[in-house]
Design a binder for this molecule. Structure first.
Ligand code: ASP
Length: 452
């Protein structure tokens, strides 16, 4: 059996075993969420140490080396501008498409209609505990949206590089590296030794990523077992079943119809062959529920197996892992509509439009970590509350805690699925931008020319 196929079989076995262990060994329908978190913590830690932590550890240096190699191999800052611009437009358009699918599914399927009263009441308490546990105090919509923009800008232009590194602000690392890369190109020949070192370090990191891939089946098994063990499969068939089905259907449409179509239109290549080639990255996303932890695998697979250029994937993928979240945007669209429906609100076109716009913004702002998108959902709920108040001041706002409390119990499994779509969106971006920035082995590489 070929190595990649063997790995695929092992990872799938990890997922299946994880589900079985989680459901039959760990899940207890009579235990509280806290008790379950405690009794399964060993499984979570095992997954963390085997998979999450090594991948997260390697992500930051890998962003540095791959962005630097990408930028300097493009050579010409103007061409870099074109590639960067095209990448951002691609990401924005696909995210808007994703959230439009989400809102359409939410508005037509109506997953939150006829929610039983006892579930709504329980949600309030669950959500309050969750927000308090994380010290989150929801602010008014204006401040939330202003804050989201500010935080994105602050990350784009950091004032302290060390802090950005220590606090793992990946967007800051990317911008600083792009600027440094342009600086190195201007310096020319004297920058060569440094870039040779960077190339060497990058290769070494890739060797490490390939080794981590073989630990993945075990890591995925522990993480999936923990997810299922704390959530219980029964939750998926109860009052939330319609919501879960709606999110999965929306994600399915984006993953198997919209993005493949976009890829085919741009590259005229078979999108499903590419999807199959990218499976190690997609599985990692599913297992870890983190775009950032998956990034090393996405970079490795896209170049090694997916036919993407180092130039394109070096720039496009790190940027994608931080800002491009199609699955998150889509999920947030449905989740917010579900919350309002469950509490008996009637949403109008203007409010759907607000959801489309704010979900895109809040998905950009979401961190590529487990649950990153859940927190930023607060921004969208606040924005919809504001438009409801503007239209009819007599209608009380939806309590954010109650809304979140409603969806918390099934969030992890949806997180695993939406992260898979996030990574697929990044991978499609890398392949599309490869058309604009191919590696050309026959030609003297641009970087060599620029550096003299
Ligand atoms: N876990 C997702 C990611 O890392 C973000 C989210 O919670 O939606 O891409």
């Amino acid at each position: 059996m070929r190595k990649t196929n063997l790995l695929t079989v092992l990872i799938l076995a990890g997922v299946v075993l994880g589900v079985l262990f989680g459901h039959f060994l760990l899940w207890d329908p009579n235990a509280s969420r806290e008790a379950l978190e405690q009794s399964t913590s060993w499984w979570r830690s095992a997954g963390d140490f085997l998979l999450m932590r090594p991948l997260m550890l390697i992500a930051a240096p890998l962003i540095f080396t791959s962005v630097l190699i990408g930028v300097t191999s493009v050579g010409d800052p103007r061409k870099l501008g074109v590639i960067g611009g095209a990448t951002l437009v691609f990401y924005l358009v696909t995210m808007l498409l994703a959230v439009t699918v989400g809102v359409t599914v939410g508005a037509t399927v109506k997953p939150g209609a006829n929610m039983p009263e006892e579930i709504r009441q329980a949600a309030q308490e669950v959500g309050r505990q969750h927000l308090e546990g994380r010290n989150i105090v929801p602010e008014p919509a204006g401040e939330q949206i202003g804050g989201a923009w500010r935080s994105i800008l602050e990350q784009l232009i950091p004032d302290n590089l060390l802090r950005a590194g220590v606090e793992a602000q990946y967007l800051s690392i990317i911008t600083v590296t792009i600027v440094l890369g342009i600086g190195l190109l201007v310096v020319g020949r004297r920058a060569r030794p440094f870039l040779d070192v960077v190339e060497g370090v990058h290769e070494a990191l890739m060797v490490i990523v390939r080794a981590i891939l073989w630990v993945m089946p075990l890591g995925v098994m522990f993480l999936v077992a923990w997810s299922v063990g704390t959530m219980g499969l029964n939750n998926l068939v109860g009052a939330l079943s319609k919501y879960v089905a709606a999110v999965l259907a929306g994600l399915g449409v984006h993953m198997f119809v919209t993005l493949p179509l976009v890829l085919w239109i741009i590259t005229r290549t078979n999108p499903f062959k590419y999807m199959w080639a990218m499976r190690p990255a997609l599985f990692t996303a599913f297992g870890t529920a983190s775009s950032m932890a998956t990034l090393p695998v996405t970079i490795e697979t896209s170049v090694d197996k997916g036919g993407c250029s180092r130039r394109a994937s070096g720039i496009v993928l790190p940027l994608g892992a931080t800002v491009n979240m199609d699955g998150t945007a889509l999920y947030q669209g449905i989740a917010v509509i579900f919350m309002f429906q469950a509490f008996g609100y009637d949403l109008h076109f203007a409010q759907y439009l607000v959801i489309v716009l704010t979900a895109t913004l809040s998905a950009i702002g979401a961190a590529g970590i487990p649950g990153g998108g859940l927190v930023t959902t607060i921004i969208i709920v606040s924005a919809v509350n504001t438009t409801i108040a503007a239209r009819d001041p007599g209608i009380p706002a939806l309590p954010i805690a109650a809304g979140l409390g409603l969806i918390l119990s099934v969030d992890r499994v949806l997180d695993m699925c939406r992260t898979t779509v996030n990574i697929w969106g990044d991978a499609v971006g890398a392949r599309a931008i490869t058309r604009l920035a191919p590696d050309d082995p026959t030609e003297q590489p641009e970087r060599e020319k620029a550096l003299g």
